[in-house]
Design a protein around this ligand. Structure first.
Ligand code: FAD
Length: 362
């Protein structure tokens, strides 16, 4: 941390995938004097806990604005991953095999047929398989499978490698990174941002980006307009060891999912719980994840469990991300509430927020 009082043009609060991606996008646009302040270590919260699935189509029931943004962000991933590799040498393991969405019960079958119909009508890439064809594609899936959709464009990234690549990239690009420091409050006067007060002193700045995930509403502000209300939604995960990888696709069902990693880990997820900020795994959570994972693939029953963890998804009241200028205060931007899709939405969020900041400074 600079000596207090510090000075930066732009302060980004939060070093998860969202704060890091915005910092990188600003630096790539030639913006100097960006300081990212992180309460703990970089990329150790929801972004670390995630499964890294990039699946706008799998769960979508309609082609609304959110769906279009999510597809746009997914489609930025190949170039995003390639650029990060070029900048840092880190391969973020973007796996483009695709996703298989299984129907394991009558209701599921109706749901996948509806999804197939609207997405084919909309000209989207989706394939409908019968049970035998699906099992031919991925022999590990349950014999009770009734049918499946394959989404060739819904892919996955190794989110922890992505965080390392982003952290290296922003350091190389000259962003100042301050860890183990929390931003406690924003100093706002005359309807514009003047500074942030951190646990290690004041930093004067003209622009602030709130990218503090589930903790975004805790930052105090002297202004009348409050920051958006963001709540944590806990997600637990189980990691299995599949020395010979059982599946190539991400395999999804209406109740759970399996994500194969290149190093033989097989992730099973997840839960969706309103449990405050208690970031722990529970007996009930782990048991429901394993039940749903075994429903997808009974073959996983013999695999060793090698890890479990939990993370807090940041959710706004309407479940949609909060992006852009915030509370009509000059210089204040929000990039939070990414809920279940922050890894997916990161590249687009970086583009949109950096563009909004640069335009506001013209
Ligand atoms: C189990 C699970 C599975 C998921 N799977 C997927 C998936 O497959 N695909 C997908 O797209 N998304 C997934 N998500 C959602 C995704 O992880 C989140 O949407 C995303 O990580 C949010 O990123 P973020 O940077 O906003 O938040 P975070 O990663 O939580 O980062 C916020 C950061 O802000 C810091 N901070 C907070 N307050 C302050 C402060 N006052 N001062 C300084 N720093 C502060 C925190 O320490 C933290 O590091 C999953 C989430 C979970 C929990």
């Amino acid at each position: 941390m600079r000596d207090s009082p510090g000075l930066a043009d732009i302060v980004i609060i939060g070093g998860g995938v969202i704060g890091l991606t915005i910092a990188r996008a600003l630096a790539l646009r030639g913006v100097r004097d960006v300081c990212l302040v992180e309460r703990g270590g970089l990329g150790t919260e929801a972004s670390w806990a995630a499964a890294g699935m990039l699946l706008p189509q799998v769960e979508a029931d309609a082609q609304d604005e959110f769906f279009n943004l999510a597809c746009q962000s997914r489609d930025l991933y190949p170039a995003f991953a390639a650029a990060l590799r070029e900048e840092t040498g880190i391969d973020v393991e973007l796996d483009t095999t695709g996703t298989l969405y299984l129907a394991l019960a009558e209701n599921d079958q109706e749901q996948i047929e509806k999804r197939y119909e609207w997405q084919t009508r909309a000209g989207l890439n989706v394939e409908l398989f019968g049970a035998a064809e699906a099992r031919e594609l991925e022999p590990c899936i349950s014999e009770s499978t009734l049918g499946a959709l394959r989404f060739p464009k819904d892919i996955q990234v190794e989110n922890r490698r992505l965080l390392s690549a982003l952290a290296n990239s922003v350091k190389n690009l000259g962003v100042e990174i301050v860890t183990q420091t929390s931003v406690d409050s924003l100093i706002i006067a005359g309807n514009r941002v003047h500074a942030v007060q951190t646990s290690r002193g004041r930093v004067n700045c003209s622009t602030v980006v709130i990218a503090a995930g589930s903790w975004s509403s805790f930052i105090k502000t002297s202004s009348q307009s409050p920051l958006p209300t963001i709540e944590p939604v806990r997600g637990q995960m189980v990691c299995l060891e599949a020395k010979l990888q059982l599946t190539r696709h991400v395999i999804y069902s209406p109740r759970g999912y399996l994500v194969p990693r290149h190093d033989g880990r097989l992730l099973a997820g997840s839960t969706s719980e309103h449990a405050g900020f208690a970031k722990c795994v529970t007996a009930g959570g782990i048991s429901s994840i394993l039940r749903n994972a075994i429903e997808i693939s009974p073959a996983i029953s013999d695999l060793p469990v090698i890890d479990t963890w939990a993370g807090l998804r940041p959710r706004a009241a309407d479940g949609l991300p909060v992006l852009g200028p915030c509370g009509e205060i000059d210089g204040l931007f929000c990039a939070t509430g990414h809920y279940r899709n922050g890894i997916l939405l990161a590249p687009l969020t970086g583009e949109l927020i950096s563009e909004a900041i640069v335009s506001s400074q013209r």
